[in-house]
Design a protein around this ligand. Structure first.
Ligand code: GTP
Ligand code: MG
Length: 151
C-alpha cells in the first residue's frame, strides 16, 4: 500500500495541534506506520527541503524547521500521497480551503504547521531520509476490512 511522509512543523507542535492533525488522518482511514518527535538540525532541514534551495525563503524555512520539535510520521493507505495533500490544503493558508488543516488552523505561508510529500518519488525519498527501515511497522488493523471492503 502507498505511503507518505507527514511532519507536524515546530509551530504545529508548539500550538498544541499534534492530536488534532493526527486525528484528521486517522479518522479518514489512513494508517499510522511510523512516528517520532525530533529536533532536526539545520543541515537535516536543508536536506529535507533541497528542492527549494534556490528560493529566497530557503534559509528562513530551514531555520524554522530546525527551531524546535517536529513530529515525523509515515501514513499508509490507498491514495494517501495525493489525498494527504488535500487534507493539508494549499501551501499558503490564505488560499487553503476551509475544512483543510492549513485552512482551518494556520494563517501565513511561513507558519503553515504541516508538511506532506508532494508525489511518489519525494514520498520515498523523505520516508528514507527521516526513518530507518526498522522504524516502519507493518501491521493489519482490524478496521481495514471496513475501510476497504475487502477481506
Ligand atoms: P511542504 O509540505 O512544507 O513541502 O509545503 P508545500 O509542498 O505545500 O510547499 P513547498 O514545498 O512549495 O514549500 C515548502 C514550504 O516553504 C511551505 O510549506 C512554506 O512553509 C514555505 N514557503 C513556500 N512558499 C513560500 C513563500 O513564498 N514564502 C515563504 N516565506 N515561505 C514559503
Ligand atoms: Mg513541498
Amino acid at each position: 500500500l502507498e505511503r507518505t511522509f507527514i511532519a507536524i512543523k515546530p509551530d504545529g507542535v508548539q500550538r498544541g495541534l499534534i492530536s488534532e492533525i493526527i486525528s484528521r488522518f486517522e479518522r479518514k482511514g489512513f494508517k499510522l506506520v511510523a512516528i517520532k518527535i525530533v529536533v532536526p538540525s539545520k543541515d537535516f532541514a536543508q536536506k529535507h527541503y533541497h528542492d527549494l534551495k534556490t528560493r529566497p525563503f530557503f534559509d528562513g524555512l530551514c531555520d524554522f524547521l530546525s527551531s524546535g520539535p517536529v513530529v515525523a510520521m509515515v501514513w499508509e493507505g490507498e491514495g494517501v500521497i495525493k489525498y494527504g495533500r488535500k487534507l493539508i490544503g494549499a501551501t499558503d493558508p490564505q488560499k487553503s480551503e476551509p475544512g483543510t488543516i492549513r485552512g482551518d488552523l494556520a494563517v501565513v505561508v511561513g507558519r503553515n504547521i504541516i508538511h506532506g510529500s508532494d508525489g511518489p518519488e519525494t514520498a520515498k525519498e523523505e520516508v528514507n531520509l527521516w526513518f530507518k527501515p526498522e522504524e516502519l511497522v507493518n501491521y493489519t488493523s482490524n478496521a481495514e476490512k471496513w475501510i476497504y471492503g475487502v477481506n
